[in-house]
Design a protein around this ligand. Sequence first.
Ligand code: SF4
Length: 216
Amino acid sequence: MRARRVRSPVTGAGTTPKPTTLPALRRQAAECRACPLWERATQTVFGEGPADARIMMVGEQPGDREDTSGHPFVGPAGQLLDRALDEAGIDRSLVYVTNAVKHFKWEPRGKRRIHQKPTSREIAACRQWLDAELSVLQPRAIVCLGATAAKALLGPAFRVTAARGVPVASPLAPLVVATVHPSSILREIDDQARHRAREQFVDDLRVVARRMRATR
Ligand code: SF4
């Protein structure tokens, strides 16, 4: 595993970790108090995948299942992502998955915990961890899954609906592509709409697969 030095994130708990590796970053992020989201979440859900991953996928935030398990993309959206990657011809074992925000933001509705969108301040507070992951991984491709990840990495003016599946020039990686978050496909109104949205999603991932093959 590579052990590149990264700039030190500030946990917000009064400590400044030393430059470090992915496992050490994960331990440090577990103590993060840089925004209020840690208070109601079960735990920090840090990114996962091989340290030499060539593709980094960035979602919005952990969901209910991810919050309780401590692992990213293990719920229904993660399962959809796994199948879509397979269909697009991307080896899942080469992919690192993470989120723009590492704690689950939710509000109670009866016995259920309902997802709430993180604010721009919370996204900005959590950017230190995303930057640290990027510094360690130095992926060849970044895929932004949904508007929150795209705006966090590509700026507030970026519109996924207008530029999905199109490589974006960025200093972050040789290839940067944005597409929808897989959870948005699950929320489509009927089977036909879900099928169409899923096909478009796989097409966007195929753009990444083709570029990765071309630059092998
Ligand atoms: S959401 Fe991010 S910045 Fe906020 S406490 Fe959690 S890890 Fe820290």
